[in-house]
Design a protein around this ligand. Structure first.
Ligand SMILES: NC(=O)c1ccc[n+]([C@@H]2O[C@H](COP(=O)([O-])OP(=O)(O)OC[C@H]3O[C@@H](n4cnc5c(N)ncnc54)[C@H](OP(=O)(O)O)[C@@H]3O)[C@@H](O)[C@H]2O)c1
Length: 265
């Protein structure tokens, strides 16, 4: 019952897509700080390689960069093949890489629809399919392998911005999480989702000019999310403590989704 046992992820092998910054970096840092080996991926190689070195040095732990574009099947195959050449098994797959697109309904483009759906939904599905064997190799009844899909509160609430494909893609992520959880729990792979609220990142920052003060003021907790909030939840889901939690979509949003109706009245 000691914390060291309940939340232990020492020597586990993790993959965090989109780990070069933002929420992916927060999760990668939490894993590294607690003794896991972490592969991070992103398209822009220089930033990715620099981040892997920074995190390896900071936590004295192996962080390996693999640059790839996960929005195409070719990119997904290159990425999964490269990991297969390096590892016999993996413990955690964190499907985090995602994109957003905003445009008025009347002019919303096919490109903005496909970009978001391809990365947020299609790529997450095929990454899980192609990593299944490596996850299986490290999975047991006592210590199942884990998949965490990063959804969004925009897939639970109706978003205030005109991000039609984004909200729909994240609702799909949450449902796909349940569908995949039902299939894979029988094989000792546990699938859950995290639905973040506002976390400082390039994605959210570009929507608010990197000024989070208004968002913080409106949040029930009067702040945005921190790396500790995100890493702590991911570690819970990946450790012994989370081994009976299956198919859930857990919000990490300061209470936006669950207290919205109370705060309106
Ligand atoms: N921040 C928030 O408030 C918030 C709230 C709810 C949900 N989320 C979700 O959290 C996840 C991470 O978002 P974030 O806010 O941390 O965004 P971010 O700062 O923009 O980071 C996105 C990451 O994904 C990578 N990426 C983007 N397109 C890619 C592609 N085609 N192939 C491979 N990697 C790609 C980026 O690197 P490159 O650009 O170099 O490829 C980067 O590492 C997303 O799924 C997002 O929807 C975020």
């Amino acid at each position: 019952m000691k914390i060291d046992n309940l939340f232990n992820i020492q020597d586990k092998v993790a993959i965090v897509t989109g780990g070069s910054r933002g929420i992916g970096e927060m999760i990668a840092a939490g894993f590294l700080a607690n003794g896991a080996k972490v592969y991070i991926s992103a398209r822009k190689a220089p930033a990715l390689v620099d981040k892997a070195k920074e995190l390896s040095d900071k936590y004295n732990q192996e962080c390996i960069p693999i640059s790839c574009d996960l929005s195409s099947m070719n990119g997904i195959e290159e990425f999964t093949n490269e990991i297969q050449n390096k590892e016999k098994g993996i413990d955690f797959l964190i499907n985090n890489a995602g994109a957003a697109w905003g445009e008025p309904l009347e002019s919303f483009s096919e490109g903005g629809w496909d970009k978001v759906m391809d990365l947020n939904v299609k790529s997450l599905f095929f990454l899980t399919q192609k990593f299944k064997n490596l996850l299986l190799n490290n999975a047991s009844v006592e210590d199942p392998s884990r998949v965490i899909n990063i959804g969004s509160i925009d897939g639970l609430n109706v978003p205030s911005m005109e991000t039609y494909s984004y909200g729909a893609s994240k609702a799909a992520v949450h449902h796909l999480t349940r569908v995949l959880a039902a299939k894979l729990v029988k094989e000792n792979i546990l699938v859950n989702a995290i639905a973040p609220g506002p976390y400082p990142s390039a994605m959210l920052g570009s929507a608010v000019n990197h000024d989070y003060s208004e968002i913080a003021k409106r949040n029930p907790r009067k702040r945005v999310g921190t790396p500790e909030d995100m890493a702590g939840l991911a570690i819970f889901l990946c450790s012994r403590a989370g081994a009976y939690t299956v198919g859930e979509t857990i919000t990490s949003d300061g209470g936006i989704v669950k207290t919205a109706s109370h705060n309106l009245s």
